[in-house]
Design a protein around this ligand. Sequence first.
Ligand code: HEC
Ligand code: HEC
Length: 463
Amino acid sequence: MKKLFCLVSILVLTSISCQTSKEDSTVSLDENKRISTLYHERNLEDVDKLLSDDFVGYYYFQSPKLRTWNKANHKNAIKNNPNVRDSILIQVAEGDWVAERYIRTFINEDTIMNTIIGAMLCVVLAGSTAFAGHLEPFKAVPVPSHNPQTPEKIELGKKLFFDRRLSGDGTMSCATCHDPQQGYSDGLAISLSYPTTRNWRNSPTLFNVGMQATLFHDGRAQTLEEQALFPLMSAFEMNQNLDFVEEEVRTVPEYVQAFTNVFGDGDITRERIAMAIAAFQRTLVSKNAPLDRYLDGDKKALSKEAAKGLAVFEGKGRCTECHGGVLLADGKFYALNVPENVEQEKDPRVAATRRFVAKVSHYEDYRNLSEDPGRYLVTKDKKDWKAFRTPTLREIAQTGPYMHNGIFATLDEVIEFFDQGGGKGNTALKPLKLKPSEKQALKTFLTEALAGQEQPFVYPKVP
Ligand code: HEC
Ligand code: HEC
């Protein structure tokens, strides 16, 4: 019955989402065409004028491809080759708004593209609908057909993940903030940052990240391929220039060999770097936790106290309303109004980071922004003001401090927060009135039942 309901709701949602995407793209067709034409006449100055609001200098200079973009070639290439489509989506991710407008134009002109993008949207939607409400045991991480997993690609991605060459000043790798010893997080309230700058958010775990429907606390990236280049170019994270990093990696013979083995030739591009890192990240899984065994029928897998905690989690605590599915997360966004980290918010370096992200997200009043607007940056919808994605709870004992701003150091504080009905003025939560013994059991469930089977991590030899 539940399955049937899910199926029907997926179908309904799917058709709504597909219609919406079509309408959205029709509205801006004229504008797209005007920009395309100007651009093809090499009338770059006028393109700039038209896009002046959308265009952010930082991304402009990061995207020299802007000047060599050729619509005719790409249109055929997109139809015939999903890899090329992916590389275009990556360029959009880089903030290449001309490329984005091209994609929108294709959607109007080309029903094939419409179907592809519609299908991608629907997969995301279907995923999040199916999970909501009940817990599910671990299952395999999905792999996109255009970036199949191979042992060589995973190994290459692992090397790149640990390679400090990927940061502008050579001090940071992805593993600096996503450390296997710390649950692929960094143990800090607010993540590290490029020297002289400050980060503004907590580093999420990468365990089972291949299952997330959207990425980042605000869901602004969709795929691991697309996401990998964000921290690389982010001025307050690795602060690297993508053209430069391609050349830097190309100077290392071992990498040229590895790229040849994996991709058929030694061409080292940002897209391939992203594909390899994404493939590696899909191998980061936490599985065979006591909860998995319990859900698979082994009723002895949970201690008495943890089983009591599970009952609170699913019952009086109402945690599964949001923390359901395999990840114990519904992939949706809620404004729980977690307390601000006042000291952090006042730091002028954080203000720069906040304004920068808001500016590149086309938030008009970015100069006057004094707090993290969360999901609002992506949707510009009032209901998403300060809403953040429900995080996975797998391996939760390892991944503190908690919340998007790391405001809670311990699980006790988190449980207390939910017990009191969340932060001031929120409408997502209600006070729970849990007894001390129920809070204790809940904590035991979170720490014991969600810790996966230990897997030894073999560090790569970075060339
Ligand atoms: C300086 C610290 C830092 C570095 C270096 C860094 N990250 Fe992150 N990472 C973060 C923070 C902070 C976030 C959350 C940002 C947000 O939500 O806006 C994040 C988010 C992510 C996410 C999204 C996870 C999720 O659950 O949505 C992925 C995937 C990721 N990083 C992968 C990488 C990769 C790959 C690299 C290297 C190319 C990298 N990170 C380098 C700090 C870092
Ligand atoms: C209305 C949806 C909702 C409900 C109900 C809910 N949560 Fe959450 N939970 C969230 C969101 C959203 C966040 C992230 C908030 C942020 O980052 O600011 C979160 C964060 C957390 C975190 C921190 C995770 C991390 O890595 O930072 C824990 C632990 C947690 N919740 C446990 C629980 C427990 C236990 C319950 C039940 C008592 C519960 N949640 C009920 C939505 C919910």
